[in-house]
Design a protein around this ligand. Sequence first.
Ligand SMILES: Nc1ncnc2c1ncn2[C@@H]1O[C@H](COP(=O)(O)OP(=O)(O)OP(=O)(O)O)[C@@H](O)[C@H]1O
Ligand SMILES: CC(C)(CO)[C@@H](O)C(=O)NCCC(=O)O
Length: 306
Amino acid sequence: METELINYDKITRRIWQNLYKKTLPTLTEKELDNIKSINDEISLQDVNDVYLPLVQLIRIYMKTMSDLSFSKGLFLQKIADTQPFIIGISGSVAVGKSTTARLLQLLLSQSLKTSSVALVTTDGFLYPNQVLKEKNLLERKGFPESYDMESLINFLSAIKSGKDVEIPVYSHETYDILPEKELIKSPNILIVEGINVFQSTLNKRLYINDFFDFSIYVDAREANIERWYLERFKTLLELAKQDKSNYYHQFTVLDYDDVLKMARDTWKKVNLVNLRDFIEPTRSRAEVILHKDRTHKIDKIYLKKY
Ligand SMILES: Nc1ncnc2c1ncn2[C@@H]1O[C@H](COP(=O)(O)OP(=O)(O)OP(=O)(O)O)[C@@H](O)[C@H]1O
Ligand SMILES: CC(C)(CO)[C@@H](O)C(=O)NCCC(=O)O
């Protein structure tokens, strides 16, 4: 990792937490509770030490982006429309992208009171199970070819041009794309979270990164992510016990050890392979890498130098 990240400043949490003046409002325990996923243990200490400086940094990027587009407008002798600021968040399956994204959404909307902050996960751009089945890709869910990347790029492009857009929605409960769509109203800030947000279209002609004004990769050791994946799986099983419409319900009636073995297999054969081959290789496209220790606490932060 160290040689690969030569163009990053490595910053310890102790240094990072003192990098900004404590001027931003923090959250209450209740506000924090509302955004946690199942099993989360994120603390207000993390919010203060890690996320508030991160919000401060994002505000610097926002100001720079707006200055640049103003100057470009002067150069072209036309008034540039203000474009939404787009933040991409990537990392392995089960590393905690959704939690990071929800926390940032809340903190950004609190610190920039006039701004609307939308959050989208790229799960919605997976092909529906029926299509994956026809393409023989059911075992490759999450791999580059399982996403409709053109649609994702068209969505980002429409958002950049200030449009309202309807997007498909994926459900972890049904393990499939839902019939209903979600309307994303043209926001001031859009956070896009997903394992594939630093990847290109399959023909490599377009990179999603080109739409991002700021980008984050959530990082951790493989063994820790595997444990989080299995813990989340167990919680999902528990939640599905009483709910027959839940995808995980079918597993609740089988032998527990067999089911856990199956989950471990899915991690090893699908999500770990995807991480090694397609997700982790995109890590150095991020402006900031947040590294978590075994308890989800962010211990190291890497900030791109150039
Ligand atoms: N800060 C945290 N503290 C404790 N647990 C966490 C934290 N962040 C995430 N988790 C747990 O780790 C697991 C994965 O988190 P989450 O669902 O946010 O991951 P994800 O990266 O969005 O996954 P996916 O790509 O599969 O949607 C969940 O069980 C979640 O509760
Ligand atoms: C939906 C994705 C691809 C990403 O969030 C992931 O959670 C997933 O379902 N992966 C497929 C293998 C599995 O069931 O874990």
